[in-house]
Design a binder for this molecule. Structure first.
Ligand code: PRT
Ligand code: ZN
Length: 303
């Protein structure tokens, strides 16, 4: 039976309703064992097995909701967070927030990109140009730091077509794979900000119940993120090569060594590897005499 809590004892978490961070945000909650139904029908959903309510909103609203204390927590990209924080600083309305955890999704970079045919030899070439972006404050800060005078043209979307429309000379936009730039005959020349999704919190003191729930949530997030990278590896190894084979296992401590029935010269080795196990590692293990190499995913991990 889940503990009975009043709303003031429940954490309120803002996540993106529909977009690039939505699925990963909900998957993270799911992997943390928190049951929330699909956001299709409702804006605010109560988890039925954890004292948390999830509010589904546009990602741009998440920093404000957390800074103003409407939500205790939020999952948002640092690009959106930092842009909002800069805006708040200029209007003097800065609310307290803290980044609790970087999350392992939503990775991208904010980059300056030019039409392919435009020559570029360095930042000085941007002097006096028009730069289209949805991130005017991050872009403006970068230009100020670099002492470059350029005109920032704000566009809420479709920034990549601005040079073709003649609205701007260059753009400053988010890039992940780079295929959007390529399709629009643009090339990235400078990364001005690296972004990832984060778990954000309002920095006011929480009630004891909320503090406790947050502690559990963070512990579970750490467990999920650790498990995502970690692998369980099993192999057979010649006893003589054991030391060399252990050296090859990324981030593993104290592997379990088990005898192999009817084989005096070889043993079975089981180990948790904290880092990704790549094909190259497996090939090196094979060269060191390992056989029957199995690499298995780990679902949860608590140290
Ligand atoms: O409706 P709402 O306001 O909630 O969503 P949105 O349309 O503003 O945001 P959305 O869903 O597009 O992105 C949400 C967040 O995902 C961003 O704020 C980033 O933190 C993160 N993210 C990660 C990205 C990308 N990768 C990304 N590639 N956001 C946008 N893009 C764009 C990029 O600008 C380009 O136009 O996707 C396009 C494809 O990128 P390439 O380089 O892979 O071709
Ligand atoms: Zn948005």
């Amino acid at each position: 039976m889940p503990p009975i809590t009043t709303p003031k004892d429940r954490l309120r978490l803002a996540v993106q309703k529909s977009g690039r961070l939505s699925t990963d945000s909900l998957d993270l909650l799911k992997h943390c064992g928190i049951r929330v139904k699909s956001p299709k029908e409702r804006l605010l959903l109560h988890a039925d097995n954890f004292p948390i309510d999830v509010l589904f909103v546009r990602d741009d609203d998440i920093p404000q909701l957390v800074m103003d204390g409407v939500c205790d927590l939020g999952i948002v990209g640092t690009n959106v967070l930092e842009e909002a924080a800069l805006e708040r600083r200029t209007t003097g309305a800065a609310g307290g927030y803290a980044v609790e955890r970087p999350l392992d999704f939503g990775g991208c970079r904010l980059a300056l990109a030019l039409p392919e045919e435009r020559p570029y030899s360095g930042l000085r070439d941007l002097q006096g140009l028009r730069i289209a972006t949805s991130y005017p404050r991050l872009t403006g800060r970068f230009l100020a730091e670099q002492n470059i005078q350029a005109q920032v043209v704000y566009l809420s979307g479709s920034v990549e077509i601005a040079p073709r429309l003649g609205i701007a000379d260059v753009i400053c936009d988010l890039v992940a794979s780079g295929s959007t730039l390529e399709a629009n005959k643009l090339r990235a020349v400078e990364t001005i900000f690296k972004s990832t999704a984060v778990l954000l919190r309002n920095s006011r003191e929480f009630t004891a119940e909320k503090r406790h729930a947050l502690e559990i949530l963070l512990r579970r997030i750490d467990g999920v993120q650790r498990a995502a990278e970690a692998k369980y590896i099993m192999l057979h190894a010649p006893k003589a090569n054991l030391a060399a084979i252990k050296q090859l296992l990324p981030g593993s401590e104290n592997p379990t060594i088990l005898p192999l029935a009817g084989d005096e010269t070889r043993v079975a080795l089981h180990a948790v590897c904290q880092e990704a196990v790549f094909w190259e590692t497996m090939e090196s293990l094979k060269q060191a005499g390992a056989t029957s190499i199995l690499v298995l995913p780990i679902e949860k991990m608590m140290l």
